[in-house]
Every structure is written in structure tokens, then in C-alpha cells.
Ligand binder design. Structure first.
Ligand SMILES: C[S@@+](CC[C@H](N)C(=O)[O-])C[C@H]1O[C@@H](n2cnc3c(N)ncnc32)[C@H](O)[C@@H]1O
Length: 223
């Protein structure tokens, strides 16, 4: 897979120091948050299973953070490769310690400017990443996803979702308002699946697990 090298530009919305502080706490907070929902690992594994990854596939995990989803993908591609990309050197440092294998690599990059050639990956995966990114940059990021996917390649993303009904709507709405930021709340109120389609990907499925508090969207690129 050809990689292109150019200096990493940090978008204005992004705070390296915020993610430096979070890198020390992130895994513990996420583990605790998922205890009421049957545990983080099981949730991530069910998510990754939806991708239908083959052992020889090349997979890109965007906004990989501390590599918790990369760690689930890694054993599935022992004849292929998984690359984790994130804009935080500190989150990546945790990921590099967590997921160690010759077929796993991590790279500092912004998702709206991915350092990979066109048609490089069978799968692009994103867990809890898109809500961090303002809508215009998210649109550019989704175009990058389309560009780096091979023809027929698949995109799978997991993120917050605002369900219609009480009490799930109030629960996740309050959680995101208190612990996240306006970008996340706006994304949740909008239509992420439509954004994915607007980038030129073909929508396959949208699931809304855990009472609709999360959404899993799958899409693919034309063959
Ligand atoms: C909530 S964390 C999710 C981490 C991981 N995917 C998971 O499932 O736990 C969001 C991550 O997105 C990264 N991020 C935000 N904007 C980004 C961008 N423009 N390019 C790459 N990574 C970005 C942050 O650095 C952070 O590590």
C-alpha cells in the first residue's frame, strides 16, 4: 500500500492538549461507561463483526484513539494489515503499547487529509470518531474515506444517535450535553447516514442498538 507523506495539519477545532489529558483517563472512563451495556469489549466485537473482515484484508481504523477497536480488528487480519490513524500523539502512544503485531501500524494524520493512495483499503472503520469533527471537516473526511477505499470496499462507523423515545432520548441526550460538546450534539440531531451518502458512498444498513442511543452505519464504494 502506497503511503504519501506531507506535514500533518491540525484543524482549528482540534486541541492536542485536550487529548493529551484524556489519553491518561480515556480507557478507564470508556470501560466504566459500558458496564451497564454488557461491557465495552463485547460491544466493540459485535461492531467489528458487522464489517465482515477477511484475514487478508487491509483495514484502516480512523480516529483510532487508544486503539481499543484496532485491538479487536488486529487478530482478524493476521494475513493482512490494520492501520490506525489519529491526530493525537498521546492517544496513539497508548494504542502503540496496546496493539503490538507486525501487521499493525499507527500513524499521525487528520482524517480530512489521509496520507494514503487512492484505492488502498478493503475496509475503513470508525468508532466514536465522527462526532468529534465539525460538519464541514466531516464531509471532507468522508470523501477521503471514499478515496482510500478499494472499489467495492466497505465503510463502517459507530457513533452516538438520538433516539425518538423516552427514556433513551433523554439519557443519551443528557450524557452528550454534559460530557461531550456542541459538535457532537449537532451531529446526533442531524442525519449522519445522509452525510455518508452525500460523500458518494452507497448506504447499506443503519442499525440503532441500545435503545437507539448509538448508530452503526455501513456503506460501500462502487465496484
Ligand atoms: C472519542 S475518541 C474515539 C477513539 C476510538 N476510536 C474509540 O473507539 O475509543 C475520538 C478520537 O478522534 C480523534 N480525532 C478527532 N479529530 C480527528 C481528526 N481530524 N483526525 C484524526 N483523528 C481525530 C481524537 O484524537 C480521538 O482520539
Amino acid at each position: 500500500m502506497a503511503e504519501t507523506t506531507s506535514p500533518v495539519k491540525t484543524p482549528e477545532y482540534y486541541s492536542v492538549s485536550f487529548w493529551r489529558r484524556w489519553s491518561r483517563l480515556y480507557d478507564r472512563v470508556v470501560t466504566i461507561s459500558f458496564l451497564p451495556f454488557g461491557g465495552e469489549k463485547r460491544f466493540r466485537q459485535n461492531f467489528v463483526n458487522m464489517a465482515g473482515i477477511k484475514s487478508s484484508d487491509r483495514v484502516l481504523d480512523i480516529c483510532c484513539g487508544t486503539g481499543s477497536t484496532t485491538a479487536i480488528i488486529a487478530p482478524e487480519v493476521d494475513q493482512g494489515h490494520v492501520t490506525g490513524v489519529d491526530l493525537s500523539p498521546d492517544m496513539l502512544a497508548v494504542a502503540r503499547k496496546k496493539v503490538v503485531a507486525s501487521w499493525v501500524s499507527f500513524q499521525l494524520a487528520s482524517v480530512d487529509s489521509l496520507p494514503f493512495s487512492d484505492n488502498s483499503f478493503n475496509h475503513v472503520i470508525c468508532s466514536y470518531g465522527l462526532h468529534e469533527i465539525p460538519k464541514d471537516i466531516r464531509a471532507a473526511a468522508l470523501k477521503e474515506v471514499l478515496r482510500v477505499l478499494k472499489p467495492g470496499g466497505k465503510f463502517l462507523t459507530l457513533d452516538y444517535h438520538l433516539p425518538r423515545y423516552f427514556p433513551a432520548r433523554q439519557t443519551i441526550g443528557a450524557f452528550v450535553r454534559v460530557f461531550e460538546h456542541d459538535i457532537a450534539y449537532k451531529m446526533m440531531r442531524g442525519e449522519l447516514a445522509a452525510e455518508v451518502a452525500a460523500a458518494g458512498l452507497n448506504l447499506q444498513e443503519k442499525k440503532t442498538p441500545l435503545g437507539g442511543m448509538f448508530q452503526i452505519i455501513s456503506a460501500d464504494k462502487d465496484r
